[in-house]
Design a protein around this ligand. Structure first.
Ligand SMILES: NC(=O)c1ccc[n+]([C@@H]2O[C@H](COP(=O)([O-])OP(=O)(O)OC[C@H]3O[C@@H](n4cnc5c(N)ncnc54)[C@H](O)[C@@H]3O)[C@@H](O)[C@H]2O)c1
Ligand SMILES: [Fe+2]
Length: 869
């Protein structure tokens, strides 16, 4: 902490140093390096004993050291210098005593991170002329707390007192176990010494407290440095302020050590409405208002022809300053008030706009809050950026405006800046003699620098797999006759969403009798792979009817459409674009789904045995050339009615396609990075049921047992993938399905054999997932084979048998084995490949696949899907 007025000179000058002096400096550094190595071996207990001994010695020497500083510098106030020394010892100790600075200093049990502290090593610490002994005490104690060896560079005009302060602490510390030479001072004031050490490889950190040139030189040395620079604190007194308190605070602070302290108030900007009252109170309390002529006379002695501060005026009493300027000033006058121009450009030109390390306070009359804040900003721009400012007001709005505008690291509200900024007296800020001034002041921090800034803190972060979940809808009714449960719905208005085919088959009519008294409206404008337009049209119908319940009766297409309709009905502002934003981790995604309770109940009644949409948080919507997947648990229907009787009418190809979709869900969820014992159980059962029942349901659609098993299996697989999600097979199917108009299950069937083998082979790139700690996909396929009774002595055999069973099933149920077989022309396909690859790559389903599908691999899978075999 020092100021523009008193600095070490131009430290940036190029210097060469004679060999003998260099050799001496080398010895200093060598000793420091040895001390640092020894220090590193001490534990927390030993360190705290040393700190205690140093604090005690510092406290006992507080007055002696203050006297020495007075003698040597010739300025300041003895009593206040003693207070500074107390702050640097007593207050610092109070802050440090319970702090851990060695080894594990902090543990975050919830996030499973330990923080381990290590010393920096050798710290080159520059001391200011303004607080030579207090800063020496402060930096020595902080150095000891952090087990660093310190090499001090005192200010040329305050070297002896600093040497003495450090000596006292080294001696006291050593008796308590402080390594020899842990604290050294190089009193030789020449600048080349500092410059030499700035660049010395043995110095690990530069800790500068000084004027802007010292800060710039330290920063230019090209090694880590904590640099804190000059201040020029403005204080704004608003009309709502407590005037008596403001005046008293400012007088305490401005007279503190005769203002030889960088956060001291420099210019008081006072609201016009209270200006007179404020000045009167200042005078009543012992301040002396200067006339314009007196201000001019004082400015002439305080600054030289270049506007540089005159050192002989620094830290002088009002009386002495008066004598120098030829003014009549009483011996008891505490502070000289220097009225400065209100006009901001005139203020900027005035010599007193800058820092005045003497009891002279600029005074600006301000016509408005806006002007007042502008004037304060202007003051900081003359040497005080990043440092300290203050505002006196009872109006929170003024505090807010002031703090938004003024660029200082500390903004004190209704408190004195000099004593306040040091922390611990008027507030709970960290006690310090090193006030970070942020990038505005050439510093890398605005902290009140303390022990943490002198540590290398290592985060020992333990592996953590986030907890998982298993969420299912509240009610699921299944088996033949489950539609009966519609009776318990109640409600006045029911909107039955379905498609034209179902209506043609008379299904809605059959159901009417189950709805009791409620009015039933039927909406049928949904086609397979529903589009956004269909959904928006559906929303208009919902708005018109205002139902209590929406019943979705149909395949995945109808159920997905109904889910999306409810979503957009309840939250009209949402857009597909926002909701389908890509994401890496579902828990961190940017898209925001509504969290409020549903206005409308949604009941899903699947008429296909495939998608699992009746229990799932997903809805697939075709938007232009793409299929977009909306995923969120708010989409899950409130009730699922899984009645196999509704599926009896499914024609064989649809039975096959939808059944293969269900199988793909279970196979993908089983190897997903989100797979859990919960979802595994559901996957295994679903796969078992489908492999047995699908060929039968396909061959004989009226086989109720097979239909029942398929209906249940599809819902069970839905419960699994609702929590573990799917994988690359679905990504490819979505892309190809939308591009060539292929039914979803059929598109899955094309890729299934290839994706199984792809996931079973060694990944070119693993998926980073903390819950997936080994590449278990190949084993999990084998596990399926065993559990469903395919036998096989080795994992490989069991896995192969499963894959063969899947291949056989696809043949049995008449699934096409390639896109070529579906009649897609080769040229058309080749032309679409780049876009298909891209679409699949961006599909949300990819994120839970066990291996990361590389773009090249997606293209290969697409090509294999085209050729088949
Ligand atoms: N939301 C999810 O979790 C999820 C999961 C997978 C797939 N999907 C999506 O679901 C859609 C596919 O659903 P789907 O496979 O159930 O097919 P679908 O709903 O498109 O129905 C296919 C055809 O079968 C007809 N149909 C339905 N039930 C019938 C019955 N009982 N008798 C006679 N005909 C009947 C339909 O009218 C339609 O023409 C795709 O858009 C797909 O992307 C959604
Ligand atoms: Fe699917």
């Amino acid at each position: 902490m020092t100021s523009t007025t008193v600095q070490e000179g131009d430290l940036q000058a190029e210097v060469t140093i004679e060999p003998e002096r260099a050799a001496r400096l080398e010895e200093f550094v060598e000793r420091a390096v040895r001390a640092a190595a020894e220090f590193r071996r001490l534990d927390q207990g030993a360190v705290d004993q040393i700190v205690w001994a140093m604090v005690v010695a510092g406290l006992e020497a507080a007055t002696d050291l203050a006297e020495l500083a007075m003698e040597e510098t010739g300025f300041g106030v003895l009593e206040d210098k003693v207070v500074k020394n107390y702050i640097a010892t007593e207050f610092l100790y109070d802050y440090l005593k319970d702090k851990r600075s060695v080894g594990v200093i902090e543990e975050d049990a919830e996030r499973n991170i330990q923080y381990v502290a290590e010393p920096v090593g050798v710290v080159l610490a520059l001391l200011p002329i303004t607080n030579p002994t207090s800063t020496a005490l402060f930096k020595s104690i902080v150095g000891a707390k952090t087990r660093n060896a310190m090499i001090f560079r005192p200010s040329a005009r305050a070297a002896r007192c600093a040497v003495r302060a450090v000596e006292i602490l080294q001696q006291a510390g050593e008796q308590a176990g402080l390594p020899a030479n842990a604290l050294q001072v190089i009193p030789d004031p020449t600048l080349d010494v500092s410059q030499y050490l700035f660049h010395h490889p043995g110095v690990d950190l530069i800790w500068t407290t000084g004027g802007p040139k010292a800060v710039a030189a330290a920063n230019a040395a090209g090694k880590p440095s904590i640099s804190v620079g000059a201040g020029n604190a403005p204080v704004y007194v608003h009309r709502s302020a407590d005037i008596r308190m403001a005046v008293m605070d400012i007088l305490i602070s401005k007279t503190f050590d005769a203002s030889v302290i960088c956060p001291a108030e420099q210019t008081c900007v006072a609201d016009e409405a209270i200006f007179k009252e404020l000045v009167a109170e200042f005078e009543r309390m012992g301040a002396r208002l200067l006339s314009p002529e007196e201000v001019e006379a004082l400015a002439r002695v305080a600054f030289d022809a270049e506007g540089q501060p005159e050192i002989r005026t620094v830290g002088q009493s009002c009386f002495n300053l008066g004598a120098m300027a030829g003014l009549e000033v009483g011996e008891d006058d505490k502070v000289l008030l220097a009225p400065l121009p209100s006009d901001l450009s005139a203020l900027a030109e005035h010599p007193f706009v800058q820092e005045k390390l003497m009891p002279v306070l600029g005074l600006v009359r301000s016509p408005s809050v806006e002007h007042g804040i502008d004037a304060c900003v202007l003051v900081t721009e003359h040497g005080g950026l990043g440092h300290t400012s203050a505002v006196y007001t009872r109006d929170d709005d003024v505090v807010e405006r002031f703090s938004a505008a003024v660029r200082t690291g500390r903004i004190l509200v209704n408190a004195p800046t000099a004593v306040g900024a040091l922390g611990g007296v008027y507030n709970s800020m960290t006690p310090t003699f090193s006030l970070g001034a942020g990038t505005w002041g050439g510093s890398n921090t605005t902290d009140n620098i303390n022990y943490r800034n002198l540590l290398n803190i290592k985060s020992v972060s333990h592996r953590q797999a986030p907890p998982q979940w298993f969420r299912v809808p509240s009610d699921t009714y299944f088996n033949a006759g489950a539609v009966e449960n519609l009776r318990q719905l109640g409600g006045h208005q029911i909107l039955l969403v379905t498609d034209a085919d179902s209506e043609a088959r008379g299904v809605p009519d059959d159901l009417r009798s189950h709805f009791g008294e409620a009015g039933v409206h039927v909406f049928t404008d949904i086609t397979p792979e529903p589009t956004e337009e269909q959904i928006r049209a559906g929303v208009a119908v919902v708005e018109q009817i205002d139902p209590d319940v929406i019943v979705a009766l149909g395949g995945g297409s109808v159920m997905d459409a109904a889910k999306a309709m409810r979503l957009f009905y309840e939250s009209p502002g949402l857009t597909m674009r926002e909701l389908s934003l890509p994401f890496l981790d579902a828990r961190k995604r940017v898209a925001q789904y509504p969290e409020k309770e549903h206005k409308v109940k949604l009941v899903a009644m699947p008429t296909t045995a495939g998608t699992g949409s009746e229990v799932s948080p997903a809805a697939v919507v075709t938007a232009g050339p793409r299929k977009l997947t909306l995923v969120d648990y708010s989409l899950v229907p409130d009730m699922a009615i899984v009645d196999p009787l509704l599926t009896l009418s499914l024609p064989p190809p649809v039975t096959a396609d939808t059944g293969i979709d269900a199988l793909t869900h279970a196979l993908e969820a089983h190897v997903s990075i989100f797979a859990s014992p919960y979802t595994d159980a559901f996957c295994l059962q679903a796969i078992h049921l489908i492999l047995g029942a699908l060929p039968r349901a396909y061959e004989d659609g009226s086989d109720l047992d097979a239909r029942t098993k398929m209906a249940n299996a599809a819902t069970i697989a839905g419960l699994a993938f609702s929590n573990a999600f799917v994988g690359v097979n679905h990504a490819l199917a979505h892309a190809v399905g939308a591009c060539f108009g292929i039914a979803h299950g059929r598109a899955n069937a094309i890729f299934l054999p290839h994706v199984l083998r792809y996931n079973a082979s060694l990944p070119s790139k693993f998926m980073p997932a903390p819950g997936y700690s080994a590449y278990v996909a190949p084993e999990k396929y084998a596990q399926i084979g065993w559990v469903i009774g395919l036998g096989g002595k080795t994992e490989e055999i069991a896995r192969e048998r499963l894959f063969e069973r899947v291949d056989e099933l696809l043949v049995k149920v008449g699934e096409p084995r390639s896109l070529a077989e579906l009649g897609i022309p080769r040229r058309e396909f080749e032309a679409a490949v780049p876009e298909l690859t891209r679409t699949a790559f961006e599909d949300a389903s990819l994120k839970t696949n066990p291996r990361i599908p590389m773009i090249r691999e997606l293209t290969e899978l697409l090509q294999v899907g085209y050729e088949g075999g």
